[in-house]
Design a protein. Structure first.
Length: 125
């Protein structure tokens, strides 16, 4: 089991509906948990965007602690989205591997065997 799968299983025990208000939990909307997690994704992404926008117009630099915090929030909230997907739980680790492999045209399981630094080996052709 990979780290994303461990995170996904652990988060099920930590991010529960017990944390929400009675009104939220009483809502019959099937997508309410998904929508809530999606808002957390946008909130974290917006914070990062605000930081880079401010840097574009000043002498500031990115705050590494803030970047770390918001990137973690993005991952946590994305895993939550996979857990509460209205169509059924999604294996986020499998989805990430499949997406990378499709998009990059590589087999990630074979990538460990490569020493070419993305050159012209059979793995990257």
């Amino acid at each position: 089991m990979g780290n994303l799968k461990l995170l996904q299983e652990g988060l099920k025990k930590l991010w529960t509906n017990e944390l929400y208000s009675e009104k939220f939990n009483a809502s019959p909307l099937k997508h309410k948990d998904f929508d809530h997690a999606l808002k957390h994704v946008f909130k974290a992404a917006s914070r990062l965007m605000e930081m880079t926008e401010e840097i574009d117009h000043s002498e500031m630099e990115l705050d590494p602690a803030a970047v770390r915090k918001y990137l973690a929030d993005l991952v946590i909230s994305t895993v939550r989205l996979a857990n509460v997907n209205p169509s059924g739980e999604l294996d986020i680790e499998l989805a990430v591997f499949e997406r990378i492999e499709r998009k990059m045209g590589v087999n990630l399981l074979r990538l460990n065997d490569c020493t070419c630094q993305f050159g012209n080996c059979p793995i990257h052709m």
